[in-house]
Design a binder for this molecule. Structure first.
Ligand code: DGJ
Length: 570
């Protein structure tokens, strides 16, 4: 991802053209009239935007607790979403609640939810809890859960029955697909004109713990078949030497993928199942759809073969290509981030953000330490983010998330969303144009550099606002409130020397790069302000003197600056 280069300065004046293109794409030129204007994901130059009502939209989301999918639970959800300044609620629609009796659908939950979302001026991302929720069948209706003959569970190597429903259960697929199609048809009926629902997650954290794949006869037969060509074309063997000897140009799963065969096969089986559900749903109502992932430890590729250390078959970073091959109606695979370490967060974002896979973080811990990652995620140009448990349901999922279940839990995210919310549309457009960058303070507390076009920003943490570290008698003295990492900055480059900065608990210094590197540089103007409800810049004061002599020292409260840099002849 590159900010338009100085050589292509004209890029800055291309904004209207790009926007025009967005609008044309959003309008769905050449598409069926019924789908015109629906939310959709557009891609250009390897970057992505979620188009909502014809323009890029930034999801500043919050996910409700799992059992908040009933009208009685909603008041506590809306209260938290409002306090968070979130513009989108992610919330489940469970198969068990819409089809408690086979063939009899009840959409009263969906109707209440959509109506209240509109009253609260919030968009919805619906989470389809169907065959798999955190890999298990807990959200399937009782008539599915209790009928293992018709809806078979997986069988392990020793012939033991697993808890997880098999992706080879034909009747399961037919039934899940039918319920999902009914949901999408209902959404079309109640929401196609207002588009309160902007995306749908198909199933939730799929895969299987403890068993690499299904060993039942149907699965065994499929495992012996050649790897489908579309998978072969995308998912390269992790052990090329072994594969070259046997199945590089094709062959069975074991021949091509060796020690990885069982995980890859199970991944394909689940992805294929999800594709059937998503494709049928989109045929009736074409909303963007995605899958979420319970992460395996991030690391470089090739990742080690599965050894019961993560859910086999889920869209982990190492098998995104299998999902791309087997599930083309899924727009992206997304990471659920419950790994608090900054190195792991960085590696995860890196591996899920691809030219063929928009970055979106549909779940993230709601403990305060995660709030700084909002800057990194939004700065990277993600479609959006949603901490999990933005909901006053008096339930804490500590140690994954916060201990608090009240306003104290929402606050660290609310302050950041509060400044992004009024410029969400602009930020999403800048991200689509490749103008944004972002950093979060690392666990090592070390300074980080950000390469911008013609400039390098150095972001340091734990600084006092005035002076340099060498002025301190005690070199181990640090600013109050920086005991744990909580700094972050997001940048948007609006022109050759112009930036919008949003951040907290960080010091930013600029130095020229490229042609600017040869000349001394200075701040021409640093305005502190905010974007108003219409996304217009409102200047509140001009930073100068002490406020710029030692870099731009952003306080603990998220602050927005408009910065103009310049150089002079030495
Ligand atoms: C990830 C799942 O996707 C969520 O539904 C929830 O169970 C969290 N884990 C844990 O709170």
């Amino acid at each position: 991802m590159r900010i338009p280069t100085r050589r292509s300065r004209r890029a800055y004046s291309r904004i209207p053209r790009l926007l025009g293109l967005c609008l044309a794409l959003a309008a769905g030129a050449g598409q069926a009239a019924s789908s015109a204007g629906l939310p959709r994901i557009v891609t250009q130059d390897g970057r992505h935007a979620l188009m909502v009502d014809g323009a890029p939209f930034l999801v500043l989301g919050g996910q409700a607790h799992n059992s908040s999918n009933y009208p009685a639970a909603l008041p506590k959800v809306w209260a938290a979403i409002k306090d968070a300044h979130a513009n989108t609620l992610e919330i489940p629609v469970a198969w068990e609640q819409i089809e408690p009796k086979e063939g009899q659908f009840d959409f009263s939950w969906v109707d209440t939810l959509v109506a209240q979302a509109r009253q609260n001026k919030v968009r919805l991302v619906l989470l389809w809890f169907g065959t798999w929720k955190n890999t298990g069948p807990a959200y399937t209706p009782a008539w599915v859960k209790l009928d293992n003959r018709r809806f078979p569970r997986m069988i392990d190597k020793d012939g033991k029955t697993s808890y997880c429903l098999s992706p080879f259960g034909e009747a399961t697929l037919v039934a899940d697909r039918k319920a999902f199609v009914a949901l999408m048809a209902h959404l079309k009926k109640i929401d196609a004109d207002q588009r309160t629902v902007i995306m749908v997650q198909v199933e939730n954290e799929v895969g299987t713990y403890g068993v690499a794949r299904d060993y039942a006869p149907r699965a065994q037969a499929a495992f012996a078949q050649p790897v489908p060509p579309e998978v072969l074309a995308r998912q390269k063997p992790a052990q090329p030497a072994k594969a070259a000897a046997t199945g590089m140009a094709g062959g069975s799963w074991a021949e091509v993928y060796g020690d990885y065969a069982e995980q890859y096969f199970h991944t394909w089986a689940i992805a294929r199942y999800i594709e059937e559900v998503a494709k049928a749903g989109r045929a009736v109502y074409d909303l963007p759809m995605f899958v979420n992932n319970s992460l395996r430890e991030p690391g470089p590729l090739p990742a080690a073969p599965w050894k019961s250390d993560f859910a086999s078959g889920g869209p982990t970073y190492d098998v995104i290509d299998i999902y791309k091959a087997a599930a083309p109606h899924i727009d992206f695979a997304a990471p659920d981030i419950y790994l608090p370490e900054s190195r792991k967060v960085g590696a995860t974002l890196e591996s899920f953000q691809r030219a063929d896979n928009p970055l979106m973080v549909p779940e993230m811990g709601n403990a305060a330490g995660y709030a700084r990652y909002l800057y990194q995620i939004l700065g990277r140009g993600a479609l959006g983010v949603a901490p999990f448990g933005i909901d006053y349901a008096s339930y804490s999922n500590y140690p994954l998330g916060a201990k608090f279940t009240d306003r104290r839990m929402v606050e660290p995210f609310a302050t950041v969303y509060g400044v992004f919310a009024p410029m969400g549309r602009a930020w999403a457009r800048w991200a689509f144009e490749g103008r944004t960058r972002g950093v979060a303070e690392g666990d090592d507390r070390k300074p980080q550099t950000v390469a911008l076009d013609g400039w390098t920003a150095t972001v340091s943490f734990r600084e006092f606002q005035f002076g340099e570290r060498e002025y301190l008698k005690d070199k181990n003295e640090y600013a109050a409130g920086t005991e744990t990492p909580n700094g972050g900055v997001a940048f948007a480059q609006l022109g050759p020397d112009e930036f919008v900065l949003v951040g907290q608990q960080a010091r930013i210094k600029f130095s020229g790069s490229g042609a600017n590197g040869a000349r001394p540089s200075m701040f021409v103007r640093v305005e502190e302000g905010r974007f108003d409800g219409d996304g217009k810049w409102v200047m509140e004061r001009n930073w100068n003197g002490d406020q710029t002599d030692y870099g731009l020292n952003l306080p603990a409260t998220p602050t927005v600056l408009k910065v103009k840099m310049g150089t002079y002849t030495p």
